[in-house]
Design a protein around this ligand. Structure first.
Ligand SMILES: Nc1ncnc2c1ncn2[C@@H]1O[C@H](COP(=O)(O)OP(=O)(O)OP(=O)(O)O)[C@@H](O)[C@H]1O
Length: 328
């Protein structure tokens, strides 16, 4: 067995928070941003690291990349201790913080690439070929000579991602990469990242609040809540665990205002005087085929679509299950 690319054991990070307590005194509280976290990531994996605001995602990433020292527990990233071997690690990973630039603010992107190539000691021909590929795939050519501070958010993020990938890292860590981008820019970025994974087999760890990112880019999710890992598995597995419903949208040839009870389903809506019905179900209660058959006995089906559960809702349900003590 090869060593996991990320290995986290009993990881904890505390912060001391001071708040006013009376006129002269300040109260000192210890907050555990990450608490007793254990997981492995295999080489080539694509993992979404998700959770509500303040759950501990950024703190975890800072420990994985050597920016923050753990209070307790151990981290190994690419087989290295990230704090002690931060320089060596930097040659093997790429990191993008959507909300904080890693680029030189006053330099044009072209100069940043040159500087990064020198820092990583990349052979001239290697980095130039890679740069050209990234400029092409991320459409950077028109603003390569513009200082970073003058770039739009979408242009800057593309530049950040190119800079993080210039040295062809084994592991790419993205902290909220699509935050603030418009729908089209998000989509283009997702296509690019999926393509890079397919081409280079780069391992991907992604934090995001955008569930489309998770759905499109990852095949495993880790959900963190108050510093604890509360779920490790697939997105459909999570939906099933919290009982999230899929919705079958059925269009009939002739209106049937009342379908009556369809076993294992719940009527969510009847639209267009009975031409369209929305029936919610879970894979545990029935199957799409059984629902279709039952509806087909009551009217002729013209078309159907299945809407997957809203992932924000799935995660919310998971948190509620934790709070009420029904969690895993
Ligand atoms: N430097 C710090 N000093 C004190 N508390 C901190 C510090 N950094 C983080 N925290 C606290 O640790 C907790 C976890 O924060 P973290 O930034 O890791 O969460 P997050 O999951 O990344 O949130 P978001 O989705 O909002 O970015 C929060 O309660 C936060 O206030």
């Amino acid at each position: 067995m090869t060593e996991p690319i990320i290995q986290v054991r009993d990881l904890r990070r505390e912060f001391v928070v001071r708040s006013p307590a009376g006129r002269l005194r300040r109260a000192r509280t210890v907050v555990a941003a990450v608490d007793d976290l254990t997981f492995d990531l295999d080489d080539g994996a694509a993992v979404g690291y998700i959770g509500a605001n303040g759950a501990g995602k950024s703190t975890t990433i800072k420990m994985l990349t050597g920016i923050l020292v753990p209070t307790a527990g151990t981290v190994r990233t690419c087989g290295l201790d990230p704090v002690r071997r931060r320089r060596d690690l930097a040659r093997q990973i790429g990191v993008v913080f959507g909300q904080r630039s890693q680029l030189w603010w006053d330099l044009p992107l072209a100069e940043s690439f040159r500087a990064l190539a020198a820092i990583h000691r990349l052979p001239e021909a290697t980095w130039r070929t890679r740069r050209d590929e990234l400029v092409d795939r991320l459409d950077l050519a028109t603003f390569l000579a513009t200082p970073v501070r003058q770039l739009s958010l979408g242009q800057r993020i593309r530049g950040e991602i190119a800079a993080a990938l210039l040295h062809s890292p084994r592991l790419l860590i993205l902290d909220e990469p699509t935050i603030g981008l418009d729908v089209l820019s998000k989509e283009r970025l997702r296509v690019f990242l999926a393509e890079q994974r397919a081409l280079h087999g780069t391992t991907l760890l992604l934090t995001t609040h955008d569930m489309d990112d998770v759905q499109r880019l990852t095949d495993r999710i880790l959900v963190v809540d108050h510093g604890h890992l509360v779920y490790d598995g697939t997105l459909p597995g999570l939906s099933a665990q919290v009982g999230a419903e899929r919705v079958m949208v059925i269009d009939l040839v002739e209106p049937v205002p009342d379908l009556g009870a369809v076993d294992g389903t719940r009527s969510v809506a009847v639209e267009s005087d009975g031409l369209r019905h929305r029936l919610a179900f879970t894979p545990e209660t029935t199957t799409a085929g059984a629902v279709l058959e039952a509806v087909g006995r009551r009217g002729q089906v013209r078309d159907l679509a299945i809407e997957e559960p809203d992932i924000e809702d799935v995660v919310r349900r998971l948190y509620l299950a934790q709070v009420s003590g029904d969690g895993p």
